[in-house]
Structures are given as C-alpha cells and as structure tokens.
Design a protein around this ligand. Structure first.
Ligand code: UT7
Length: 336
C-alpha cells in the first residue's frame, strides 16, 4: 500500500527525504523544480520604422505608449515550440524518452485539431500525454500550475511551453494592434524533486464577464479595447501578486526576479512602482519581441537565466494576465 493510501493527506508527516510532502496549499504532493529553459524567435524582424513606413503611426508614439521597438514574426507555433523545447531539454540534460508530459500554452494553435502539442511531441520524439492549453497571455503560468499538479500525482518530467504566432491573427493594417504583437516561444522543464517543492505558491483565476474587451473570433483578427485592458491588467495583476506573496509568506523585497507578462512597459512599470520592485530585478524582453502572449513569460525567464541573472535559492515571481480576463501568478525557488 502506498503512503498516499495509508494517510489522510492533511495529516501526512513531512519526513525528511520522503518523496511525499504537504505543500503550502495543504495537498499531498511531490515537489518540482525548473531544471531546463530555452526560447526561440523567428528570424524576421519588424521594427517600428517598418510600421511607420506603411501606417499612420510614429516611433515616438509606439515607444512612449508601449516600450516596444521591434518584434519578430514568422514560423508556426509548432516550429517555435519545438525549437524552444529542444533548448530546454538540452539545458536539463534530458532525452525525449525522459519526458512524460508536454503542455503547450497557446492562443494560436496551428490547427483546430489535433492539438499543436501532439505534433511537437512527435517531432521531439516524446511519447507522453500532450495537450494544448488556452488561457491567453496567462497560459504559461496556468500550464506551470497544471504541470506541477500532475507531477504531484505521478508525472516525473514535464515540458511546459508557451508559443505563439500572433502575427497570424493580427490585422496588419490596424495600427492599434499591429504595433503590439509578435511571435516566439519559451519552454521549461519542470522535474520532480523528492522531498522539496520549488513551486512555492500560485494564484490564478478568470473573470469571464470581461471576454468582450479582448477577443478573436474564428478566422478573424484580434479586437481589443486597449484602455480597458490596460486598466484591468494593472489592478488584476497586483491583486494576484499580493495573493501569491501571502501564500508563499514572502514580501516584494524577497523577490530576486520578477517576470511579468510583457504586454506593455508602462503596465509593468505601474505594477513595479506599486509593488516596490525595481526594474533591475525585473525580466523584460518586450522591447525586442512585442507582446508574445503565452510565450512572453517563459522567453523572459529563459533569457534571464541565460544571462546569469538567477542564482540557486532565488525567489522568482511569474505573473500574467490576458484575454478572458485570465490571470495567473506563480512563485518559484530557483535551482534544484
Ligand atoms: O496581453 C494583453 C493584451 N493587451 C494589452 O495589454 C494592451 C493594453 N493596452 C495598451 O497597452 C494601450 O491601451 C495601447 C498601447 C494599446 C494604447 O495606448 P493608449 O494610451 O491607451 O491609447 P488609446 O488607445 O487611448 O489611443 C489614444 C490615441 C487615439 O487617437 P484619438 O482618438 O485620441 O485621436 C488612437 O487612435 O492614439 C491613437 N492611436 C495611435 N496613434 C499613433 C492608436 N494607435 C496608434 C498608433 N500610432 N499605433
């Protein structure tokens, strides 16, 4: 009989070295840690100057209002996801046969079915459960929480990917959206860590009454009430971050690196100011990528790790908001 069957989960002893521990949410679980990371961008660069050449806009307007200077476009969601996942697996020192779960967070699947994740798994040689998850720009953080829960119940090594080709669903003649969005992918490997959980806390939710302020119908392009999204984004993200900090029993000062969804530099600065987290402890990539929805957090995280901005034991705060409105925040402790 397993330990799980013998004990009431909430009564479980937290014995050192035991693979089963009680996490902060009170659930019986095995811990998990990020052991690999990677990101991929398509080669085509669209600068603000490229947009100014064909639309009624200016570099000053775009930079002042969004912080974006260029974005990458092209490829398919599956291709970008595969490239990012290969880097994350190499970083973790894993083979395809080691992976027993693949979750692809995306708003832009390559087709309605099968899931884009299935093709990515096939090309990687991964034979495991694979599915897409759509929580718009919160998708990667939602996928991390989902993978963490599945690791608690038996999965050992999960590939968690955020990948988007937003250029495919953006009206190239609409100056209010085309300046914002870009394509890319980021991925991490989340591995079981017996006796210690490096996913400290999470918070997520949605308010479906706000579905109309940011949406895309089948076969159409993104429509957005920018001001309203902006207003709600700051409020929602702050509330979610406060909730996740409380659950982890941490304060903003304890956060070594904040990785917000990269939608707009002004939104990030507004959140940082209210939290008291300086920009030098914040991972921002959107000046070079634009808003890449579910890909933005894993790309910024992977780039920060690649740049040596993360050390063993650092507390890392991921927080996203997006169409829905959805939100999701996760606090990780870096390292194994
Ligand atoms: O991942 C989540 C998804 N989305 C977001 O997070 C977006 C959140 N919202 C935003 O980032 C901002 O609302 C925008 C950057 C989209 C827009 O900035 P804003 O300061 O809220 O501008 P606005 O939409 O209120 O528009 C102000 C003016 C308008 O002209 P009028 O009506 O005042 O004459 C727009 O037509 O700016 C005009 N405008 C532009 N002007 C030059 C809109 N887009 C452009 C443009 N270039 N590209």
């Amino acid at each position: 009989m397993s330990t799980r069957e013998r004990h009431d989960p909430l009564e479980q002893d937290d014995a050192p070295g035991d693979a089963l521990t009680v996490n902060r949410g009170g659930f019986l679980s095995r811990g998990a840690a990020v052991t690999g990371w990677g990101y991929a961008l398509p080669p085509n660069v669209v600068t603000n100057a490229d947009l100014v050449a064909r639309l009624d806009t200016s570099d000053e307007w775009i930079v002042e209002r969004t912080g974006i200077r260029e974005r990458r476009v092209g490829g398919t969601t599956g291709e970008l996801a595969e490239a990012a996942a290969r880097r994350a697996m190499a970083q973790a020192g894993l083979e395809a046969s080691d992976i027993d779960l693949l979750i692809l967070a995306t708003t832009t699947p390559d087709q309605a079915m099968p899931a884009t994740a299935v093709g990515v798994a096939h090309r990687l040689g991964v034979q495991a459960a694979a599915f897409d998850l759509n929580a718009a720009c919160s998708g990667f953080a939602y996928a991390m929480v989902t993978a963490h829960a599945m690791i608690a119940t038996g999965v050992e090594r999960a590939l968690v990917i955020g990948a988007e080709v937003l250029s495919r669903i953006t009206d190239q003649d609409d100056r209010s959206t085309v300046i914002l969005f870009g394509d890319g992918a980021g991925a991490v490997v989340l591995e079981v860590l017996p006796g210690d959980d490096r996913v400290l806390a999470w918070d997520q939710g949605c308010d479906g009454s706000a579905g109309h302020i940011l949406f895309c119908e089948h076969g159409s392009t993104v429509e957005m009430q920018g001001r309203e999204v902006y207003r709600r984004a700051v409020r929602t993200t702050l509330e979610s971050i406060q909730a996740v900090l409380e659950r982890a029993k941490l304060s903003p000062d304890d956060i070594a690196l904040f990785v917000p969804h990269g939608a707009n530099l002004r939104i990030i600065e507004g959140i940082n100011q209210r939290l008291g987290i300086p920009m030098d402890r914040t991972a921002v990539l959107l000046d070079k990528t634009g808003n890449t929805s579910a890909a933005s957090i894993p790309m910024a995280l992977a780039k920060a790790a690649e740049d040596g901005r993360l050390a063993e034991g650092d507390n890392v705060l991921l927080s996203g908001f997006g169409a829905g409105m959805t939100w999701s925040s996760v606090i990780l402790r870096w390292g194994r």
